[in-house]
Design a protein around this ligand. Structure first.
Ligand code: SAH
Ligand code: SF4
Ligand code: F3S
Length: 465
């Protein structure tokens, strides 16, 4: 039975939906709550405080958040001492309506109020019924308010580090500029401090996060500091072996950033840079700011300047008014762009966005057509991924070991410098290799992963310096 007595440790259960930025936010929230005496638990039935960190990118993600809340509302009916909090992108955009829709929710706060969580929780446990975080004008990044918190991270090898919040692009289908606000870059000093701390804890890999991570620094008015400069500085931090960044926008991936990836040994040869559609008219109506040819040229430039790099992307199918021919152009773009892999999604109308209005005005693509297009596009990506993975046959690659393989407990698993999953045979145990860089010879490339065997020249694996 859960206990809400202040003198014993209280328990918090966190459910996270959405992108890596949300996962990083959740880790920070758990860090803040730890300082307040909350202990994270895996079983929601043990929790005094339940938090859902929500995503609004598609209708399905939003529905999922309310379905969690519905279940938790029933739990609370039996255990009235439980407090329920809704965080993240849905809350940020719908703050005023949530208490009406789900009256058993106690706390509502958005992506820009994370640092206020301890105060909001105190109020709720002091008996205030509906605690709502008030929006502030954002003079600086939320993460710049969070300098003295140690996030409770899932992994002790690889860490997310948010470096830029929000987005200024306003693509016509996307809700992010409304849920995360305008672009705000975090101060470089605060990022460097966090990464130094991660290195001192023994982390080996960091992923710099942002919705348009390569726009980092564009909002600084007093200097020319950008992602490339940050990569050079972070590369100096000893202990950190690998640095990657995501998600990039094609318009902001400058030559200087590509050069930094090529030059800096710690920066992984992996760039996630979504194309979204392979048809120029759709790209224009999405307001992406580039043509398909410009995207192909960019990927080619990356491959030319960064040997063995992997570029991955995202696509949306069924954008309002998308014709069969326009869709075919998207399917063809998978091979023409020469990307390694891509996430796909059926277009979902998001209120406030221009594309949702076009859909209402009769340009909607029927769900069955969207599903069929998704199936065809996924098949093309499957083939493309397999083709790119076949290039790895008999190659020896560097792998950062993460643990036991999920599919085969006899094998260990890790990722290449191009972010590909490798499951491999080794004479060493999980404990001996986790967090270490090893060389693996690829024996069997599969469509979405690689299989191999560790190259053992020495009886003792080489530890990271
Ligand atoms: N900032 C990144 C992507 C952010 S959102 C970029 O500019 O590329 C993550 C992915 O969700 C997008 O790449 C897009 O493919 C998908 N997405 C965004 N809005 C969507 C919508 N309304 N319907 C379906 N998918 C969407
Ligand atoms: Fe959304 Fe990305 Fe476009 Fe920004 S750049 S509006 S996050 S899809
Ligand atoms: Fe979703 Fe918000 Fe991320 S809408 S994709 S959690 S920025």
């Amino acid at each position: 039975m859960a206990n809400s007595d202040m003198t014993t440790s209280r328990k918090v259960y966190m459910e996270t939906l959405g992108c890596q930025m949300n996962f990083n936010d959740s880790e920070v929230m758990l860090g803040l709550l730890k300082k307040e005496g909350f202990e994270p638990v895996e079983d929601r039935k043990l929790a005094d405080l339940l938090i859902v960190n929500t995503c609004q990118i598609r209708g399905s993600a939003e529905d999922k958040a309310f379905s969690y809340l519905g279940t938790w509302g029933k739990l609370k009916a039996k255990n009235p001492h439980i407090k329920i909090a809704m965080a993240g992108c849905v809350s940020q955009q719908n703050k005023d309506t949530i208490f009406k829709r789900a009256p058993y929710v106690d706390i509502v706060f958005g992506t820009q109020n994370i640092h206020e969580l301890p105060e909001l929780v105190r109020k709720a446990f002091d008996g205030e019924r509906h605690v709502l975080a008030v929006d502030r004008q954002k003079p600086r990044s939320t993460y710049d308010y969070l300098t003295d918190v140690t996030p409770v991270r899932d992994s002790d090898i690889s860490a997310w580090v948010t470096i830029i919040e929000g987005c200024d692009y306003f693509c016509t289908y996307c809700v992010v500029p409304y849920t995360r606000g305008r672009q705000i870059s975090r101060e470089p000093e605060s990022i460097i401090r966090e990464v130094l701390q991660l290195a001192s804890y023994g982390f080996k890999e960091i992923t710099l996060l942002g919705q348009t991570v390569d726009s980092y620094g564009k909002d600084f008015t007093d200097n020319q500091y950008g992602l490339a400069e940050l990569l050079y500085e972070l590369s100096e931090i000893s202990g950190i072996e690998r640095i990657r960044f995501m998600t990039s926008h094609p318009l902001d991936l400058t030559d200087r950033i590509i050069e930094a990836v090529a030059e800096l040994p710690k920066v992984m040869e992996y760039i996630h840079i979504p194309m979204q559609a392979g048809d120029d008219e759709i790209l224009e109506r999405m307001k992406r700011g580039y043509t398909s040819q410009q995207y192909y040229d960019l990927v080619r430039k990356i491959y030319d300047k960064v040997p063995n790099a992997a570029v991955t992307g995202d696509y949306i199918v069924g954008f309002p008014g998308e014709t069969d021919e326009q869709f075919r152009n998207t399917v063809e773009s998978v091979a023409l762009s020469d990307i390694h892999a891509a996430n796909t999604a059926a277009y979902s109308p998001r209120k406030q966005t221009p594309a949702a209005i076009w859909e209402e005005r009769g340009q909607e693509i029927p769900e069955t057509v969207k599903e069929e297009r998704l199936r065809i596009l996924n098949e093309a990506i499957h083939q493309q991924s397999f083709k790119k993975n076949l290039e790895y046959a008999n190659r020896t690659v560097e792998v950062l070991v993460e643990g036991k393989s999920k599919r085969n407990a006899e094998r260990l698993t890790g990722r290449t410098r191009t972010n590909k999953v490798v499951n491999f045979d080794t004479p060493f145990s999980e404990d001996e290799l986790v967090g270490k860089l090893v060389q693996v010879e690829i024996t069997e490339p599969l469509p979405f992963s690689l299989t191999g065997k560790m190259v053992v020249n020495d009886p003792v694996p080489v530890a990271c310096p």
